[in-house]
Ligand binder design. Structure first.
Ligand code: SAH
Length: 252
């Protein structure tokens, strides 16, 4: 049975997931708590990567080297920067790019040096299961949030996510980021701080990777406001509903 890692950056993103773990055991490694156990008959390891690309990459290496993980799922929140990607929507990643990668003039803008590519694809079959899990999972919770008028009914998107070591909270930064990526032929739906790093480590090891992000903000001046409340009240129940469906659909 291929052991699955479920990675989140922040504690509030992981809340609820840990409760689902049967026979949980904790091991601390490199300053992180790795929770191993069973979920819906699957061997899983839950961990918080902390924030940023280096933290996410080192966590992923530990998952693979020390815990024998053979597939990786990331669940968390992100800023919506694609057209029509609003707060409360959910994005399933098809691929990742580092918006802050620039080794010019040695390499083209965004290209990961010595990889000969800018984007890294997510695993097609894991992502297809995830997309179905999001649609099923949101049917219940989405209605709830819609009724309590916190949000409009959530839409589910699939596409490119951009990662970088920056909390984007300024419309002019978003314009700049989008224009730069667009000129290289990329149209990201969301921005966050870990996914591309996890994708790169999984690419190096040949391990399937999928990622889902609930949109917590529009990467504008409001982005930091109610961030924590949003993650607790919306993103955390979304993550639980989505990952629960994902575990049911996942092949052993
Ligand atoms: N306020 C938090 C820190 C959040 S950092 C705290 O006090 O702990 C933002 C986290 O959410 C990162 O893990 C990142 O992946 C994601 N994220 C959400 N919105 C983002 C945005 N607008 N720009 C970049 N990352 C964002």
């Amino acid at each position: 049975m291929a052991k699955l890692a479920i990675v989140s950056a922040l504690l509030d993103e992981q809340k609820g997931l840990l409760d689902q773990l049967q026979q949980p055991t904790k091991r601390i490694r490199a300053g992180r708590s790795f929770w191993s156990g069973q979920w819906a008959g699957h061997d899983v390891v839950l961990v918080l990567s902390k924030v940023g690309k280096v933290a996410a990459a080192s966590t992923t290496v530990t998952l693979i080297e020390a815990f024998g993980v053979e597939r990786v799922l990331f669940t968390g929140v992100a800023g919506g920067i694609g057209e029509g990607v609003k707060v409360g929507d959910v994005v399933v990643a098809d691929a990742f790019i580092q918006h802050d990668m620039d080794s010019g003039p040695l390499f083209p803008r965004y290209e990961i040096p010595l990889y000969g590519r800018s984007t890294l694809d997510c695993d097609a079959s894991l992502s297809a299961i995830l997309f179905e899990a999001v649609k099923l999972g949101l049917t219940g919770v989405g209605d709830h949030f819609h009724r309590t008028s916190l949000l409009e009914a959530p839409n589910v998107h699939r596409g490119l996510i951009a990662s970088g070591d920056q909390f984007v909270c300024d419309p002019s930064d978003v314009d700049c980021l989008r224009a730069g990526l667009q000129s290289a032929g990329h149209a990201p739906l969301a921005v966050e701080m870990e996914g591309a790093a996890v994708a790169q480590v999984c690419y190096d090891y040949g391990i399937p990777f999928a990622a889902v992000r609930t949109i917590s903000d529009r990467a504008d001046a409001q982005a930091h406001m109610d961030f924590s409340a949003f993650v607790q009240q919306v993103a955390s129940p979304y993550a639980l509903a989505i990952v629960s469906q994902f575990m049911k659909k996942l092949q052993k």
